[in-house]
Write a protein that binds this ligand. Structure first.
Ligand code: ARG
Length: 477
């Protein structure tokens, strides 16, 4: 019997010597894949049960195995059992731990019928499915903070922009609420991703399945999966679920960044629409007067790494032949980082948004600036039966005239309006107020406060549904 069977490596027997230090260092993943430990233990317990079902573990052996795995879970959680640098990965470390706990006689039976190749992908799917929900909780909290602010500002008009130029006045609640929808789509993406990720690769073995009479369907159910991957080779080589997960976290990063950029603008002296709470801003080491929007800036900045992770995983995957390749070990650090990064960012962004104070007078005063009611004139003229092409010209002529007179559109006299076009009777003034402009945009998705109130009620229901989805973790650990 080779003495190698007692060392931490799971594959020593055919080698005369162990790996060189540089080889072992390159190969090691336990310093980051240890986050999978509770999932690996849950999976080992389910595997032990199917080994028993196949008659490969007696009842007593199963009991010993399950008790040993529970002890190992406790010891791993308390730090009593820790991986050593000699453990290549989480799977090797936990096998060593199990054998130290219950001995090699029973502990050595667990590996039958599975490989680290199906094991690691199963663990990672479980880890990601639970973590998607935990991230969703934090995203819902941010949506709720945005909703409270949006509800408070439905009746507060503000300039609306295109090309970062004044375009048309909008309800500021409508402006804030757009972010709720962006994050809502991200969570819908997680829920959709989850359907594809809810399949267990166990039973795939190294790549070809197993000759042992195990029951992958029962194991999958026991573990909290909805089913089993249909092709064992795909089961060990597929990391689409990692790429998709990173796309969703990347897009959450992009949405945080866009919100962050708006907060930077709103809180700038030039806009002066919003003030940051002291708890959610920082000062300068040299300029005593400074109050900086660091949460928003870090959201913008950290989106860079979240986007980078998508490129990294796609590049790792793109040339991989056939089934498992060791390149796939590169799938974990980016998801771990994406999750940690978002757990740092999301609560901070929630706090920052919840405590922003908006200067609604300032926003209202500048809402009509930049001839933002010109479209209202054009649409009013259209309602008098003039084709839009001509109406656009007429409204444009009003802007030209107002610019020449150095006045706003409502500063033009009745005579000046009539001189531009006979359809421009004094009644046009009904749309030349910010409130009139807002109220007239009453489509289901428009900025009229009455429409926005309905949209927010719908958004609130949607957040409640997403909260329900995120509250239940599929994998008990
Ligand atoms: N640590 C490995 C990974 O993360 C586990 C699978 C190793 N499989 C192997 N055949 N060496 O991918």
């Amino acid at each position: 019997m080779s003495s190698n069977t007692s060392d931490a490596r799971l594959w020593g027997a055919r080698f005369a010597s162990g790996p060189s230090d540089a080889m072992a260092n390159l190969s090691a993943s336990v310093h980051f894949d240890w986050v999978l430990a509770p999932y690996d233990i849950a999976q080992s317990k389910a595997h032990a049960r199917v080994l028993h079902g196949a008659g490969l573990l007696t009842k007593d052996e199963l009991k010993t195995m399950l008790t040993g795995l529970d002890t190992l879970l406790e010891n791993a959680a308390s730090g009593k059992f820790i991986p050593t640098p000699a453990d290549e990965d989480v799977h090797s470390a936990l096998e060593r731990g199990l054998i130290e706990t219950i001995g090699p006689e029973v502990g050595g039976k667990l590996r039958a019928g599975r490989s680290r190749n199906d094991q690691v992908s199963t663990d990672l799917r479980m880890y990601l499915r639970n973590n998607a929900r935990m991230l969703a909780v934090a995203v819902c909290d941010l949506q709720s903070a945005l909703l409270v602010q949006a509800q408070a500002h439905v009746d507060h008009p503000a300039p609306g922009f295109t090309h970062l130029q004044h375009a048309q006045p909008v309800s500021f609640g409508h402006e804030l609420a757009k972010h709720i929808h962006a994050f809502g789509r991200d969570l819908d993406r997680f829920a959709d991703w989850d359907k594809r990720t809810a399949k267990s690769p166990m039973g795939s073995g190294a790549l070809a399945g197993t000759s042992l009479d195990l029951d992958p369907v029962a194991l999958a159910k026991d573990l909290g999966f909805e089913g089993v991957v249909e092709n064992s080779i795909d089961g060990v080589s597929d990391r689409d679920y990692v790429a998709e997960f990173l796309f969703v976290t990347g897009l959450i990063g992009v949405h945080l960044s866009r919100l962050g950029e708006e907060i930077c603008l709103w809180t700038s002296r030039e806009f002066a629409w919003a003030t940051l709470d002291d708890a959610w801003s920082t000062g300068s080491s040299i300029m005593p007067q400074k109050k900086n929007p660091d949460v928003a800036e870090l959201a913008r900045g950290k989106s860079g790494r979240l986007i980078g992770h998508v490129t990294a995983i796609l590049t790792v995957l793109k040339g991989l032949p056939f089934a498992y390749n060791r390149d796939l070990q590169e799938d974990k650090e980016s998801v771990i980082d994406a999750i940690e990064t978002l757990h740092l960012l999301l609560p901070a962004m929630t706090g920052c948004v919840a405590t922003l104070k908006f200067d609604t007078e300032k926003m209202l005063a500048s809402a009509p600036d930049g001839f933002a009611l010109a479209t209202d004139i054009a649409e009013w003229v259209v309602r008098q039966g003039v084709p839009f092409r001509e109406a656009h010209e007429i409204a444009g002529a009003c802007v030209r005239e107002a610019e020449k007179q150095g006045t706003d559109l409502d500063g033009l006299s009745d005579a000046q309006f009539a001189a531009i076009h006979p359809s421009l009777t004094p009644a046009v003034r009904e749309v030349l107020t910010v409130q009139g402009s807002l109220d007239s945009r009453s489509t289901i998705n428009g900025t009229a406060p009455a429409s926005v109130r309905k949209q927010l009620a719908h958004a609130e229901n949607n957040i409640a549904d997403l909260k329900k989805w995120s509250a239940k973790l599929p994998h008990a650990i």
